[in-house]
Design a protein around this ligand. Sequence first.
Ligand code: MRU
Length: 376
Amino acid sequence: MDAAAITPTLRWTGDSIEIIDQTRLPAELVLLDVRDVASAVDAIERLAIRGAPALGAFGALALVVGLDEAQPDSLDAARELLERLRHEIGDARPTAVNLRWAVDRTIDAALAAPELFGASTNVDSNSGSAGSVDELRRRLLEEALAIGAEDARACAEIGRLGREVLAEATVIATHCNAGRLATAGIGTALAAFYAKAAAGEPVRVLAAESRPLLQGARLTAWELADAGIDVSVVPDGAMASLIAGGEVDAVIVGADRIAANGDTANKVGTLAHALAAADAGIGFYVAAPTTTIDAAVPSGDGIVIEQRSPDEVHHAGGQRLTPEDAKAVNPAFDVTPARLITAIITDAGVLRPPYGESIAQALAEAEPAGSEAGRC
Ligand code: MRU
């Protein structure tokens, strides 16, 4: 993979966010220029941008776009706007915690600036001049860009550790897309493949299609093939028998939200891979930055699963697949219980069961002393 030739998944242009429109891949590489809140929310909802860490980095930048669009004339007006955007952008998709977390972190960091609002956050600041709003914007942008940069570093570390964990594995299955298209860096689950390939180790990836929107068939296959990595697309329903037949050495997936006990929400169909892996006695790994851990949710029962339009199940490639009078059910994610997960590979280390303890310890170590930033 020629790093210089890679089109970034998302990029701040100076006054807008440029993203790859992932709905158009692999047929064509189309870039979208996002410069208003309605377009940002639309891009999130229809999965033009997707994947938990990428949603976080994008949502944070969308706040700056929203401020530029509204052009508030006082700090009070800007604060009111940001509180509205906290929900409008932060709630655009419910399961990936990185979106909620990044939007909250960016707004809270900018509003906490003592120079703008005084030492107390309750200070009435109608004194706001255009200069103060400019300073607020500068702080929002700084925080949003920091989130993307931190994610890129986390991806690199996850790749390094993932390669170590998967040292003995050559044929590795994955589900959905947890690669560079899903993050601000080289990915989470797919980072391990990039690290193995860079080290000259043999790797053959089995990418599950990930119906109904085919993130595995379209996106994982596209980015791995682009990087020269051996990838085969496998129908979702075929992966269990390949695993049971001894044709897979390990499974690695990303995550949208990891509860405090290690239960993990990821693209629907992940649970089937975990059950098959456990039955076959092979490793089932989750790769995710610590920003995907939601310590406020004790177990998977508390994770909200996004229900998407039945139309996504009824149609493929613009064609109706199902009879007109058939209904469809379309949960976007499922929850894999912690007991089925061999290890969680994070930027703060490789976490092993019991996850209640290893997760708490990783979060404590990842947390800058005295700061609540970075945690839900
Ligand atoms: O609906 P999507 O495409 O946003 O779902 C994405 C996934 O499930 C990914 O595996 C997850 O967000 C991790 S991305 C590093």
